[in-house]
Design a binder for this molecule. Structure first.
Ligand code: HEM
Length: 491
């Protein structure tokens, strides 16, 4: 009896302390507006429903932020978040809060402590080692792999030439998968011809389950998730993907240890995995797998989506497509050869088109960080207490009229002309995030995007009507897909 009473007293004391702590957090940013909330669940209803509805709710949160100080607070169950829709506060958060938000923990069984979700201490040490591997000079060496896969893509697209609209994303995703697998680990997967393998099926299943978990709040607590069939399915499919990367890592380690293969290795451009051996940190096989999995997962769908959005936009804006084509003709004449690094630097107009595409359709629309120490946000004039989370709305910042003018929703690549960009806030354009934990593969991503669009536009005329409504499934997708029509250009 006494023990029960003691336990009850401890529980009550803990509950009272917990509620007092939540009140303290809430009071700290009391001046910020909050969308209508329910007891206990807070604003969690905004994240329930179809992925289209969730995006609409995010737009509503952004509009509320716009009317106030560019930020709102949200209670998602017991966790307080500040949702940021202005570049000044985004810059402070992305410069200072380098720890990923707790929501990324769902990726832990898959990516372990790979760079994408590595905890702060480990991330600092590993990012320093990985950074030179993604330097422009290094990733330019991959241009021949990219061009070869771009040629395969063009052959595959031929089956659609002169026909009605089709979703181009699945063609592009297969192409970027081949590029990322070959450059990251030296594996020629040939996804463009063999898209149905057990590894790719497993990868897709894990991603689908993770996406469900991110947006279905009732699946978030581990004890509920573990009771559903998704838990077993996730475990089994993660095992398949781990086995695949583990085997590649073992093979590479053997090659690294055998002097004979040195000559062989020297002939090809070094893969990311090759370069992860013999660095200042001696990575274990498990760490290598976690980094390679993180890189192939973070780098593939993002790059494919940017290419697909840009192709649709070029199909809608024929004037921009003609300008891109003219620039390509100035560089390549009538040649269909793959791009070299000196060509890439000359694609200035195309670069503006890609940036404008990433501005209007930020494929990573929100970036979440953990606030590990109290932080003052100058624009909204609040000090966000440690223990809260921050959600930076790139999609909202990218369309602010105060930054982009009254035609912020219109497609205008020339807004990225140097003379028009000079006074823009450094965190106004954040497709690759911002600050020390920004995208490590951004140069590589831009090279892939430029090289593939260059080949595509030289071979095909693109037509498109619109993108239609969008949905958020971690990344940003048009509900009807990336529909375009293509016609082969005459030689
Ligand atoms: C255009 C294509 C790409 C876009 C839009 C993009 C976007 C992003 C964004 C927004 C982040 C930060 C995410 C966050 O903090 O939640 C990120 C991180 C990351 N990206 Fe990319 N990315 C692209 C291409 C790539 C490529 C090609 C690679 C590698 C092959 C890559 C590898 C990574 C990695 C490893 C991280 C984690 C970095 C860290 O935490 O230090 N990304 N990316």
């Amino acid at each position: 009896m006494i023990i029960v009473a003691i336990v009850l007293i401890i529980l009550c004391a803990y509950g009272a302390y917990w509620i007092a702590d939540l009140r303290r957090l809430d009071r700290a940013i009391a001046t910020l507006p909050i969308p209508p909330a329910l007891p206990l669940v807070g604003n969690a209803m905004l994240f329930i429903g179809s992925t289209e509805k969730i995006l609409k709710n995010l737009e509503y949160i952004a509009s509320l932020a716009l009317k106030h100080k560019g930020a709102v607070k949200l209670w998602l169950g017991p966790k307080l978040y500040i949702a940021i829709g202005n570049p000044e506060d985004a810059q402070v958060v992305l410069d200072n809060c380098l720890d990923k938000d707790a929501v990324y923990r769902f990726l832990r069984p898959w990516l372990g402590r790979g760079l994408f979700i590595a905890p702060l201490g480990l991330w600092k040490a590993h990012r320093k080692v990985l950074l030179p591997i993604f330097h422009n000079k290094v990733v330019e060496e991959y241009l021949s792999v990219i061009s070869t896969q771009a040629d395969v893509l063009l052959e595959r697209i031929a089956e659609q030439s002169g026909k009605s609209e089709f979703d181009v994303l699945k063609y592009i995703t297969a192409c970027t998968l081949d590029i990322v697998f070959e450059t990251a680990m030296g594996e020629r997967m040939d996804v463009q011809h063999t898209p149905d393998t057990s590894y790719l099926r497993a990868r897709h299943t894990v991603m689908t389950i993770l996406n469900k978990r991110f947006f279905k709040v009732w699946l978030q607590p581990d004890f509920i998730f573990n009771l559903t069939p998704f838990a077993k399915q996730q475990r089994e499919n993660i095992e398949i993907t781990h086995k695949f990367t583990d085997e590649v890592v073992k093979k590479k380690r053997r090659q690294q240890n055998m002097a004979i293969s040195d000559n062989q290795l020297a002939r090809q451009p070094k893969t990311v995995l090759d370069m992860l051996f013999g660095r200042e940190i001696e990575f274990t096989d498990e760490q290598l797998r976690e980094h390679i999995d993180s890189i192939t997962i973070a780098g593939n769908d993002t790059t494919a989506l940017v290419i697909a959005y840009t192709l649709v936009l070029l199909g809608i804006h024929q004037d921009a497509q003609n300008k891109v084509l003219q620039e390509q003709k100035n560089i390549f004449g009538d040649s269909k050869r793959g791009a070299l690094k000196e060509d890439i630097f000359k694609m200035n107009y195309l670069e503006r088109v890609i940036k404008e595409s990433m501005r209007l359709y930020a494929v990573v629309p929100i970036i979440s960080r953990n606030i590990h120490k109290d932080i003052y946000l100058p624009h909204s004039n609040v000090t966000v207490p440690a223990g809260a989370g921050a959600v930076v709305g790139a999609f909202a910042i990218h369309r602010l009229e105060s930054l982009w003018g009254p035609n912020a929703n219109e497609f205008d690549p020339d807004r990225f002309l140097p003379e028009r960009s000079i006074d823009r806030h450094p965190a106004a354009f954040i497709p690759f995030s911002y600050g020390p934990r920004n995208c490590i593969g951004r140069n590589f991503g831009m090279i892939i995007i430029k090289c593939i669009i260059s080949s595509f536009v030289r071979s095909y005329k693109i037509e498109a009507n619109d993108l239609g409504p969008l949905k958020i499934e971690i990344l940003l997708f048009p509900i009807k897909g990336h529909q375009i029509k293509v016609t082969k250009r005459l030689p």
